[in-house]
Design a protein around this ligand. Sequence first.
Ligand code: HSE
Length: 331
Amino acid sequence: MRRITVALAGLGTVGSGVIHLLQDQADLIARRADVAFDIIAVAARDPKKQRSFNIPQALWFADARDLVDTQADIIVELIGGADGIAFDLARKTLLSGKPLVTANKAMLAKHGSDLAMWSRKGNVQIFCEASVAGGLPVIKVLREGLSANSVTHVRGILNGTCNYILTTMMREQRQFDDVLAEAQAKGYAEADPSFDIDGWDTAHKLSLLTAFAFDTVPQLSGIGVKGIRHLTLSDLNDAKQKGGVIKLIAQSAKDPHGNITQIVEPLFLDSASPLAQIDGVLNAVEINTSHAGPIFIQGRGAGAQATASAVVADLIDFAMGRGVPFLKGRP
Ligand code: HSE
């Protein structure tokens, strides 16, 4: 059996989930992929924090950027944030010729073009399934399963925190702040939850789906973004009275002239529509395709286990020699 060495930066909700998943599913992964993953180095903001797993002291690095200088075959970046250490680490990883796994939608949305250029130049892969819709393998569906199709429209629920808040407020007749605190406690929300509730996390993810769907590069500046901060329980109850629900919806579309529009906003959906059925932390994406017809997928969009599932699937893809260019598109 092959052994692949992994360096892991960031041991928050997702990083911890990855460590547990690699332990829990080691036998299954060995059977399926004939590979064992050895975590040989880690870095996290607070090394003294009490954790639910043991990592020997010798494997800890104070500076995540130093992980690239270890013997690791692949670097996993789960720090988050568009810039700072996460971006330094990603740049150093790619320029050193090492492959990168990242769940960092903010970084990919902002620096996607540069990351793609370094990936191309160094012929090293970027794996990013966990960056959009948690455990839902929507990037794989778009880039691989639907690779023979042109896409006209992508529409979905891409933020687990917002969907959890809207669903729980309605179901339990509770106020916004109260339910937001619960979503944070469950590990769904961003470190700064304003990214979730003001729609920016959704916009980061939409910019990536748009780039993969339409062969462009992520572009945040053109996205109209409205979040859910201003919605009240009475807005949601009014929607119910009218036979529907309010959801934070992301959509992008390409018109016959090649113009692309992207928008994130709370929308009223008739209760019979498929997206209206997507409750709690679930995400869902509808994709209109030229040959495969309409595609609809749903799954858990946030949380330790679901997101770790996508990160580890990327590691397995690397081990199996699978993978597609990160971005091939143009602005
Ligand atoms: N805060 C994000 C969400 C985490 O709630 O969807 C997963 O990207």
